[in-house]
Design a protein around this ligand. Structure first.
Ligand code: TXA
Ligand code: MG
Length: 306
């Protein structure tokens, strides 16, 4: 069921879960401090309780009351990238954020999304948690029809059209004096390196990722995916325009080699289309470019193929 901003705000304020558009992917929005709504959200998504949620706010100053300290470069990161597809995981004052939201961690993930409808919505509702609007483990949703496929056509969706970035926010975790990478995303690391003055490294505690989401299955369609440079027996190929794949294969093209932005916008639609078309196996071109957003795309495809 497609809603107006007024309807979405009123349902959220009454403790319902509503799918909301962001510039990255659709999220399942709920009031962060409504225990029942947050519980419903975890159940709807079949999300493990150990996987914490991102708190979405309408402006950077909204997060200051939660912070134990304001880390270095915070103002610069916020000024440069918010509203936009950056999530910052920061140490917070104990007891202010419900345990179900933070999964009991002493940190909290924050983001100021850039979609105009959700910016407007957040002003009316206050902070919302919003995990990606897909069943846990499945490809994310970049279009209202994807949300409806996972949660049914009666599910309330604020229709903001196709998400312009197409992949989730980049997550930086502030840990031991540095920002580290919790998840690759819509802002390439090379851009963050320029601003921070160092290349953020993967966020790990020993062998364990600091981002709990890394431990769970993600983005995977039912179709079996494998990376290869040999397409002779492939019935379906996920690849790039202008490459010589066999004419017998059904092609799912991410776009041109020099256009990773378009590839990001097509990625989840392609993964979902495989299942819609009943494709059981697809070959992924292993010679995708590297660097920038291609690293995000490759990482998503690698996870989707596990
Ligand atoms: O672009 C996005 O970030 C989208 C849109 C809807 O805003 N949201 C999104 O949420 O991708 P979700 O829940 O699908 O992914 C959030 C990720 C998970 O991997 C989770 O483990 C990680 O953020 N995360 C949340 N809180 C964290 C924390 N305190 N420390 C480390 N990682 C955290
Ligand atoms: Mg997700």
């Amino acid at each position: 069921m497609r809603l107006t901003i007024d309807e979405a705000a009123s349902r959220l304020l009454q403790g319902e879960v509503v799918a909301i558009p962001t510039e990255t992917v659709y999220g399942l929005g709920a009031l962060y401090n409504d225990e029942g709504a947050v519980d419903t959200l975890f159940k709807l998504k079949k999300r493990p309780k150990e996987n914490p949620l991102i708190l979405h706010v309408s402006k950077a100053s909204d997060i200051l009351p939660f912070l134990r300290e304001v880390p270095p470069s915070f103002d610069l990161l916020a000024k440069t990238f918010w509203p936009g597809p950056l999530t910052l995981v920061l140490p917070v004052i104990p007891g202010l954020i419900p345990q179900a939201v933070s999964a009991g961690l002493s940190t909290q993930a924050f983001r100021v999304p850039a979609h105009p409808m959700t910016c407007e919505l957040l002003i009316r509702t206050g902070p919302l948690v919003a995990p990606s609007a897909n069943l846990s483990g499945s490809p994310s949703s970049v279009d209202p029809s994807h949300v409806e496929k996972d949660f049914g056509t009666a599910f309330p969706v604020l229709d903001g059209g196709l998400c312009p970035k197409g992949v989730e926010s980049t997550i930086l975790i502030y840990d031991e004096g540095k920002y580290k990478v919790g998840r690759l995303g819509a802002i390439p690391l090379e851009i963050l390196e320029q601003l921070l003055g160092y290349m953020p490294q993967p966020a790990m505690k020993g062998e364990k990722p600091l981002c709990p989401g890394q431990l769970f299955r993600h983005y995977a369609p039912k179709a079996k995916l494998r990376f290869t440079d040999n397409f002779s027996s492939a019935r379906a190929v996920i690849g790039l325009e202008g490459r010589p794949y066999p004419s017998s294969a059904k092609l799912f093209l991410l776009g041109k080699e020099n256009d990773p932005e378009t590839a990001c916008t097509r990625l989840y639609s392609i993964l979902r289309k495989l299942d819609l078309e009943g494709i059981e196996e697809a070959a992924i071109d292993s010679a995708l470019p590297t660097g920038g957003l291609w690293d995000t795309i490759r990482e998503r495809l690698l996870k989707a193929s596990c």
